[in-house]
Ligand binder design. Structure first.
Ligand code: CP
Ligand code: NVA
Length: 316
């Protein structure tokens, strides 16, 4: 038998059947958070973050607690890693004390290295390139709203071609969805290697990937309009003025929402900047599912911890 998936290092690690299992389990955790309260009893989970977080930290600590475990939150300057201890030594030490490691940082290669040297599951809680746990919450929110049949539905991401856009391309492709990513192109386009990988996955899953620089064409008849901040953590402040000028036509306004399907929804991973990437009347309006989406950060991270620590995911 093939060995189970050890870690979630990137969005492409999960197969469609892994995602199905995680979403089903997360739905159960939404109804009853304490249904598996002994899974991590008397065990600890390290949560190591070198970037800010509101939702992911709260969701992760709560998920560990609901599984009966104790979260240990660590920042870079709490650890000797900030004074030059190697990533590999750190990974080995954390593995000696904790049953899993949830990590948010800048370089994807650092998460890969932690995954390589840790003997316990490592979960990517956001890097400059990816945000896989976010996409699990997004897909559960979509499923609750539209059901399982996503044929003839268009899933549109508008804005900066960042980590969330990358994750959308890969996990949308895995789900067999028609994903449209609209960015100003050039410096703000999603990485070509990610688009290539998403196209390969879509070929097998029956999904479809479209990359465009036309926000109106993208929004036309869309079922989901998704956006994210224009300045991500770690982005260079010297780009701000140029980036905002390029991204202004991609702002999600009421006018843009009028182009979408009648039953369309608005999604945002949050934090949001009203008046920048989204108008207040959209994010605070009747089509917005952002609060349910944020709620599912906990249910899906809880499902991920549950199945990864039991070796029940298959991977690709
Ligand atoms: N969506 C998300 O990852 O939020 P935080 O940055 O607050 O964790
Ligand atoms: N793209 C944003 C997502 C925050 C959840 C960032 O990386 O800052």
């Amino acid at each position: 038998m093939a060995s189970p998936l050890k870690s979630l290092l990137r969005s492409s690690d999960l197969s469609k059947s892994d995602i199905e299992l995680l979403l089903n389990t997360a739905s159960k955790f939404a109804k009853n958070p304490l249904r598996a309260k002994k899974t991590l009893a008397k065990r600890t989970v390290a949560i190591y973050m070198t970037k800010s977080s509101t939702r992911t930290r709260l969701a992760s600590e709560t998920a560990v607690a609901h599984l009966g475990g104790t979260p240990i939150f660590l920042r870079a300057d709490d650890l000797q890693i900030g004074r030059g201890e190697t990533i590999s030594d750190t990974a080995k030490i954390i593995s000696g004390f904790c049953s899993a490691l949830i990590v948010r940082t800048f370089a994807q290669s650092d998460v890969d290295e932690l995954g390589k040297y840790a003997s316990v599951p490592v979960i990517n809680a956001l890097t400059d390139d990816d945000h896989p746990t976010q996409l699990l919450a997004d897909w559960l929110t979509i499923r609750e709203n539209f059901g399982r049949d996503i044929k003839n539905r268009k899933f549109v991401y508008l804005g900066d071609g960042n980590n969330v856009a990358n994750a959308w391309l890969i996990m949308g492709a895995t789900m067999g969805a028609h994903v449209v990513v609209a960015t100003p192109g050039g410096k703000w386009a999603p990485k070509s290697s990610i688009v290539e990988a998403a196209n390969k996955i879509a070929k097998l899953s029956g999904g479809k990937i479209e990359i465009t620089t036309d926000p109106q064409a993208a929004a036309k008849d869309a079922s989901v309009i998704y956006t994210d901040v224009w300045m991500s953590m770690g982005d260079s402040e010297s780009d701000r003025a140029e980036k905002f000028t390029a991204l202004t036509p991609f702002a999600v306004t009421n006018e843009l929402m009028k182009l979408t399907a009648k039953d369309s929804i608005f999604m945002h991973c949050l934090p949001a900047h009203r008046g920048e990437e989204v108008a207040a009347e959209v994010i605070d309006g009747p089509k917005s599912l952002v609060w349910r989406q944020a709620f599912h950060r906990r249910t899906t991270i809880q499902a991920l911890l549950y199945h990864l620590t039991r070796g029940e995911l298959k991977g690709n």
